[in-house]
Write a protein that binds this ligand. Structure first.
Ligand code: IMP
Ligand code: MG
Length: 174
């Protein structure tokens, strides 16, 4: 069985949208320090491109969660596999995610930062698949809403492959 990748969002479109999001976030956080939390590994590419477009002060931290095995279906249970380096207490947290699918991960993270006594918690996701939602999450910034297809590239993987693609594409098995 071989795989081909059909381009869904080309690099130029992603770049343009990231600039727009960066401008909006810069305005919303004027005079504040954004505590940008990148959720590894999927959000790594998007989060760093976004950070480059934010003009207020930014502090960057990383954490990793797992809700997926090697397959393409969520197990529902979210675990922290890499903790933050800094204490989020009193900070203005901007969670940066690659994609919202079931919503389980972000639902878990919003609760997590509330418990850690963050000053504020907002969410920014590169992609949203609203059709797949199992739990309600309040998203502050969305790059693109996409149909229910499994996508790769710009940080997103299929069995750890394709994270390096500079565009978002759909895996087609043939
Ligand atoms: P959720 O907890 O179901 O919302 O899943 C979120 C996580 O699942 C994302 O952060 C991704 O790592 C992964 N994921 C969901 N959909 C896709 C996809 O289409 N391609 C690659 N990873 C995905
Ligand atoms: Mg992820």
């Amino acid at each position: 069985m071989s795989e081909t990748i059909r381009v869904m969002l080309p690099e130029e479109e992603l770049d343009k949208r990231i600039r727009e999001l960066g401008a909006k976030i810069s305005k919303d956080y004027e005079g504040k320090t954004v505590y940008l939390v990148c959720i590894l590994k999927g959000a790594a590419v998007f989060a760093m491109e976004l950070a480059k477009r934010i003009t207020t002060d930014v502090v960057i931290d990383f954490m990793a969660t797992s809700s997926y095995g090697a397959g393409t279906v969520s197990s529902g249970e979210v675990k922290i596999t890499k903790e933050l380096d800094m204490d989020p207490a009193g900070r203005d947290v901007l969670i940066v995610e690659d994609i919202i699918d079931s919503g389980n991960t972000l639902n878990f993270l919003q609760e997590y930062f509330k418990e850690k006594k963050a000053n504020s918690v907002k969410l920014c996701t590169m992609l949203d698949k609203p059709d797949r939602r199992e739990v309600d999450v309040n998203v502050d910034y969305t790059g693109f809403s996409i149909p229910d297809e499994f996508v790769v590239g710009y940080g997103l993987d299929y069995d750890q492959k394709y994270r390096n693609l500079p565009y978002i594409g759909v895996v087609e098995l043939d």
